[in-house]
Design a protein around this ligand. Sequence first.
Ligand code: AMP
Length: 420
Amino acid sequence: MLGEQAESRSALEVRARAILQGAGYERIETPAFEATELFARGVGEATDIVRKEMFTFEDAGGRSLTLRPEGTAPVCRAYLEHGMHKRRQPVKLWYLSSFFRHERAQAGRYRQFWQLGAEAIGSDDPAVDAETIVLLSSLLAEVGVRDVRLRLCSLGSPQTRGEYRERLQAHLRSHESSLAPEVRGRIEANPLRAFDSEHEGTRRVMRSAPRLLEHLDAGDRAHFEAVRELLDDAGIAYEIDSTLVRGLDYYTRTVFEFTSDALGAQSGVGGGGRYDGLIELLGGSPTPGVGWAAGIERMLLASGSSGGTLDSERSRDSGTGSAAAPVELFLARAEPRSAADRRTAFALLCAARSAGLRAQMELGGRSLKGQLSHADALGARYVAIVSERQASLRDMQEGRQEEIASDAVVHAVLRGLRTL
Ligand code: AMP
C-alpha cells in the first residue's frame, strides 16, 4: 500500500467510524491468526476458503494456525471468550483489518486485503438485518462507490436448508453428465455453489433447479418479508436473487451482496448476512447474529479513489461518531408489539440518522421497563415510545413527556435539542 492509497484508506476509516460508532458499534481487533479449527468449523470444511484458500502453518509447538481469511468467526470467538452474552444484546462490533486468502491474484483480488466489517450478535429481530444493510448502503454512498446494486435473498433455517439441499442434490444427480467437473465433485459437499458456476452446461441445469426461496418455512418467510418491508420503507433499492449463495457455510435467513458495475469481473464490494447457528457451532449457547464485510481496496477502486482522491478534508470526524457520545434519541417500542410499530420505529431511526441525530432503536426484545433502562445506560436524551402512529416522547433530562404523532418525533427532538 503506497502513500496515496494509505491516505484514502485512512479517510475511509474515519467515515466508517463516524457511521458505525454513531449507530452504537464498538471497534474490535482480533489477532492476525487463529487456531485452524476455528475456521474449519466456523467457515465450513466444504467451503472454497477452507479447502484451498487458507494460509495454514504449524507453529513450533506443532499447533495448526491459520492467517484469518475472514472476520466473522474470530469476532464470534471473541464474543464467547469474553463472555459478551452478559452484556446488553445485541452486541454491536466493527473492525477494519487485513485478511489473507490464497487465491489467484488479479485486479481487485489480492492475497492480503483489507476488510471493514460489522457484526451485531444477540438478536434475531429483522430490524437488525435491515439496520446493517442500511449502514453498509450509507457507507458506500458516503465513500462515493459508483453504480451500486444490492442483491438480497434468504437461505432459511438449517432445517429447511437441509431439506432443500437434498432436493437440489437429487436435481444435480439427475443431470450429472451436463455438469462441470468441479460442480460434480461438490454435489455432496456444497451443492449450492452450483449456482455460481459460469459453465454453460451447468447454467442450463441450474435454470430448472429448485429454488430455496420457494421452500422457506413460515417463520423464515415472515422474517424475510419483514426485512424487505423495512428496506422498502427506508428507500433502499434491491433485487431479490434466489441464486445468491455466499461462499461461507454459516449463513441462515438473510443474505445480501452489494456489487458495483464500476468494477470488472470482481464486482462484489461487500456482503454478508445472518448466521444464527454460528455461535452454537463454536461451542456457545444458541445465539443469533448478523453482519457484513466490505473490501477496502474494492470500495476505493469503485469510487475512483484508489489513487488518494477520497477527500480527507471532507472526512474529518465531525465528533458525532464518538463511541462515548450519548444517544440523542432512543426509539422504544410500545407494548404489545406489532410488525407495524417495528416499521414505524425503523423508519424513524433512518429519518433521525439522516437528520444527523445519534439515534438507536430497541433491537433486543426487552420489556418496556428494560428498554427504558437500556436507553438510560446509553445516555439517551430523548426516548420515543413508538406505536404505529402515535409516540410518547420523553425528555429524560427534564422528565417531561408528550403524546405526539410518530411522524413528528424527529422534528420535535431537533427542536428540543436546539433550544438547549
Ligand atoms: P467475503 O468475505 O468473501 O464475503 O468478501 C467480502 C468482501 O471482501 C468482498 O465483497 C470484497 O470486496 C472483499 N474481498 C474478498 N476477497 C478479496 C480478495 N481476495 N481481495 C480483495 N478483496 C476481497
